[in-house]
Design a protein around this ligand. Sequence first.
Ligand code: HEM
Length: 125
Amino acid sequence: MDDHELYALIGEDGFTRLIQAFYRQVPSDDILGPMYPSEDLAGAEQRLRDFLIGRFGGPPRYIEQRGHPRLRMRHAPFPIDPAARDRWLALMGRALEDTQLPPDADAMLRDFFVGVATMMINRQG
Ligand code: HEM
């Protein structure tokens, strides 16, 4: 499957359920909870969902609203060490289990998340 076919496979609903399942876990997480804006978690949820939808073949809402993603630069304010990366991936792994996407979609997203999350590391623990 090509990256850009993922949106056709899981649709708006697949991304929405996945990202909801991720953010549900964030507030009570001891590493990630303090990094995310507690007053704007709904906004954070929308930004990650729209980014993924655009990246995987859906409507380009993220770029229209936020411009070029520049993810490393946008993550620079947050202290992301290997433990924070591992925790982010653990929460997303749980979200993927909860969401039960088709196996191809699950595998493609897991690979993508590992690669991007590793690029976001901006300090050592
Ligand atoms: C490595 C661990 C990571 C940590 C600790 C982390 C943390 C954060 C935090 C605290 C925010 C701000 C929330 C907001 O107000 O939008 C954010 C934004 C964002 N993150 Fe991450 N993130 C991580 C990995 C990733 C990965 C792997 C992706 C993509 C697959 C990603 C995509 C985004 C996007 C698209 C935004 C919104 C940027 C914007 O438009 O301002 N992040 N992240």
